[in-house]
Design a protein. Structure first.
Length: 232
């Protein structure tokens, strides 16, 4: 089923298991040409995910937050409130069976979105994700912090999982892991850089940059997948 990519923004916090189940269902539908491609923007409750390359010693505090095994590439990462997770379900069979190019375009998308806030996001050889040179942001000389993570999976050439951009998460929550297996560099966010931005502004920037990078989108209603309320 062709047409503009569906663009969904999920309100509230989305349970991780429910998100994975929804992605699995959607990927199967896209592969069967029963549904259009989808970008799904969510926030999760605080949790860690372990990608296929995760190493046990990089989980420093196993009892800090729930830990979910994930089929995406990469190692340990954190998701939580204040972080915009974009699950990207695109048909690479139609878009060209080039995984490296696809990751490059995901990086370009994030870099273009950050540029709208005056932040220069950069690639680094051997370090997946998007990085910020903190020299211009009251950092130490040579300090580089990660602001966005990328972790994808392909099933019959349909992508799922995606990217995570730090808007205003609690950066202290990263202390329970070695993020992406990289201990020698830090983590930052737009607010940590001193920018006053809202999630709505970030969503608008992501959308505009996505259209330029991947093509047109069309608004779609949320899926209604919410995390269970915490006990008082």
């Amino acid at each position: 089923m062709h047409g503009p990519v569906e663009w969904r923004i999920e309100p509230g916090l989305t349970a991780y298991e429910a998100a994975v189940a929804a992605m699995e269902e959607r990927v199967a539908a896209i592969r069967a040409e029963a549904a259009r491609e989808l970008v799904w923007l969510v926030e999760h409750p605080p949790l860690y995910t372990a990608g296929t390359g995760a190493r046990g010693h990089d989980l420093l505090e196993a009892d800090c937050f729930p830990v979910h095994r994930s089929g995406r590439g990469g190692q340990y990462t954190y998701h939580g409130p204040g972080q915009r997770v974009a699950y990207v379900m695109l048909d690479l069979d139609r878009r060209g069976r080039d995984v490296r190019l696809f990751v490059h375009r995901l990086e370009a998308w994030l870099i273009a979105a950050l540029d709208r806030f005056g932040v220069r996001g950069e690639r680094r050889v051997g370090r997946i994700g998007i990085w910020v040179d903190r020299t211009a942001w009251n950092g130490q000389p040579g300090q580089e912090d990660k602001i966005a993570a990328i972790g994808i999976r392909l099933r019959r050439w349909v992508s799922f999982h995606g990217v995570a951009l730090n808007v205003e998460p609690d950066l202290g929550h990263y202390a329970g892991i070695v993020p992406c297996g990289i201990a020698e560099h830090g983590i930052t966010s737009l607010v940590d850089l001193g920018l006053t931005v809202t999630m709505e502004e970030v969503d608008a920037a992501l959308r505009a940059a996505f259209v330029v990078t991947f093509g047109p989108v069309e608004d779609a209603p949320p899926l209604g997948v919410s995390a269970p309320a915490r006990a008082p």
